[in-house]
Design a binder for this molecule. Structure first.
Ligand SMILES: Cc1cc2nc3c(=O)[nH]c(=O)nc-3n(C[C@H](O)[C@H](O)[C@H](O)COP(=O)(O)O)c2cc1C
Length: 168
């Protein structure tokens, strides 16, 4: 980056089985190569009412019953950041599976009817006036993982979108 000061991203996740931590570490590695500092925290160890200053915040959650994990929901609801603050989402979600009876894969529309992990997060954050820069999901192939093959490319997509915004 060319701003002349070290840009900082604060990254908050609610990983239970460790997949979300791997995703966070990969993102941190990519940003490190650009000279951007990424500080990773579990929401359970962070104080949502007194977050460190940052150029961008990343919020990450595993899916639970079509929604973000409870600890992430509570964290986001208690968040105290000024309106206009920039954020991005990077979730870990269960990969769509074929219907057990028909073998047919669900359509985007069918998935969106119950899978509301990112919509719920956006709803909470945008009600506080926060501004989304980008969002991405990484799939896990089983309930507890592992991450889908080639998952790093999804992290790279979000990374590119954020770099573009920070440079912009
Ligand atoms: C009880 C349970 C319910 C889940 N429900 C969902 C869900 O509704 N949507 C989804 O995308 N993933 C769901 N998952 C899978 C999670 O996405 C997965 O556990 C998580 O992404 C793994 O991330 P972590 O290792 O960082 O915890 C569920 C997992 C468990 C254990």
């Amino acid at each position: 980056m060319e701003s002349g000061r070290i840009l900082t991203i604060e990254y908050f996740h609610g990983s239970k089985f460790g997949n979300g931590v791997k995703v966070a570490e990969e993102f941190k590695k990519l940003m490190g190569e650009k000279g951007v500092a990424v500080n990773i925290h579990h929401v359970g160890a962070a104080k949502p009412t007194a977050l460190p200053a940052a150029d961008l915040y990343i919020f990450s959650s595993p899916g639970r019953m079509g929604r973000p994990r409870g600890c992430v929901r509570r964290f986001l609801k208690r968040l105290n950041l000024p309106a206009g603050t920039k954020y991005a989402l990077l979730t870990t979600e269960g990969a769509p599976r074929p219907d057990k009876k028909t073998g047919r894969m669900p359509t985007e529309e069918e998935i969106a009817r119950w899978q509301k992990v990112r919509p719920k997060m956006n709803e909470i954050l945008q009600a506080k006036g926060l501004v989304k820069v980008a969002e991405e999901k990484v799939y896990v192939t089983g309930l507890k993982g592992p991450l889908e093959e080639g998952w790093e490319s999804k992290v790279a997509i979000l990374f590119e979108a954020i770099v573009k915004d920070l440079n912009g």
